[in-house]
Design a protein around this ligand. Structure first.
Ligand code: CTP
Ligand code: MG
Length: 231
C-alpha cells in the first residue's frame, strides 16, 4: 500500500497573500484540493496524510470534509521546518504501507504519469525523485557575490516532488538526520546521507511549486493547457 504525505504547513511568505498559499484558489479550486485530487485518482494510493499548521487545522478539516472523491485522509499538525512536518506525517503512516511518497501540497499540477514513475522507481531502487533537466546555467557563488564555479549543465537536474521511498528507508533517514542535527531541503537528501541509491525519474516542467505570485499566472496557463490536452 502506498501512503502519501503532503507538507502543507508552510507560511507562504513569498506568496505575500496574507495566508497559507495552498488555501488559495487556482481556477476556482483551492491548490491543496487540486493536489489531493491528483493522488486520489491513483489506484495504488491508499491514504493521504495532510500536514498543516495547527492554527489552520479546523479550516483545512472543513475543506477536506466538504471535498468529494478523496482517498482516506488524516490531518496532522506540522513543524517549524518542512523536514519536521514530514516527521510528524511519518508518525501517522499506516502499518500496511510499504511505500511512502512525499509531495508538496503547493504542486497541484502533478500528473499520474509522474506519480507512477516515482512509485516504480522507489520500488526498484528504494528511493526515487521526479526531476527535469535544468534549463539555466547554474553557478556556485560565494558570500561576496563572486562566482566560484560553473557546474556542467548536463549533470544538473531541477528536483521536484513526488519523492518516494520504501517506508523503512525514509524512517531511518529521518531518524538519522534528526540525531545528527541535519536539516535537508528535500527528503532525498536525507536518504543520500545514508549512502543509499536515489533514482531520478522524469518529472514534468509543468509540475511547478507555486511559490511567488507570478507562479499563479503560470499555473493557471498550464492548467488550461492540460485541460485542453485531456479534452
Ligand atoms: N511546508 C511544511 N512545513 C513547513 C514549511 C513548509 O509543511 N514548516 C510545506 C509548504 O506548505 C509547501 C512545501 O512544504 O507545501 C514546500 O515549501 P515552500 O514552497 O517553501 O512553502 P512555504 O514554506 O509555505 O513558503 P515560503 O517559504 O515562501 O514561506
Ligand atoms: Mg518555505
Amino acid at each position: 500500500m502506498v501512503s502519501v504525505i503532503f507538507p502543507a504547513a508552510g507560511q507562504g511568505t513569498r506568496m505575500k497573500a496574507g495566508k497559507n498559499k495552498v488555501l488559495l484558489e487556482l481556477s476556482g479550486r483551492p491548490i491543496l484540493l487540486r493536489t489531493l485530487a491528483s493522488f486520489s485518482r491513483m489506484p495504488e494510493v491508499g491514504e493521504l496524510i495532510v500536514v498543516t499548521g495547527r492554527e489552520e487545522m479546523e479550516e483545512v478539516r472543513a475543506m477536506l470534509q466538504g471535498a468529494e472523491g478523496l482517498k482516506p485522509w488524516q490531518l496532522v499538525a506540522g513543524g517549524s521546518e518542512r523536514q519536521y512536518s514530514i516527521r510528524n506525517g511519518l508518525n501517522h503512516v499506516a502499518k500496511e504501507a510499504d511505500l511512502v511518497l512525499v509531495h508538496d501540497a503547493a504542486r497541484p499540477l502533478v500528473t499520474a504519469e509522474v506519480i507512477r514513475r516515482v512509485m516504480e522507481g522507489a520500488r526498484a531502487f528504494g528511493g526515487a525523485i521526479a526531476a527535469v533537466p535544468e534549463k539555466n546555467t547554474v553557478k556556485i557563488v560565494d558570500d561576496e557575490g563572486l562566482v566560484v564555479s560553473t557546474p556542467p549543465r548536463k549533470s544538473l537536474w531541477a528536483v521536484q516532488t513526488p519523492q518516494g521511498f520504501k517506508k523503512d528507508i525514509l524512517l531511518e533517514a529521518n531518524d538519522r538526520a534528526e540525531q545528527e542535527g541535519f536539516l535537508g531541503t528535500d527528503d532525498a537528501s536525507l536518504v543520500e546521507r545514508l549512502g543509499r541509491p536515489v533514482k531520478v525519474v522524469e518529472g514534468d516542467y509543468r509540475n511547478i511549486k507555486i511559490t511567488t505570485p507570478e507562479d499563479m499566472v503560470t499555473a493557471e496557463a498550464f492548467l488550461r493547457q492540460m485541460e485542453e490536452e485531456e479534452a
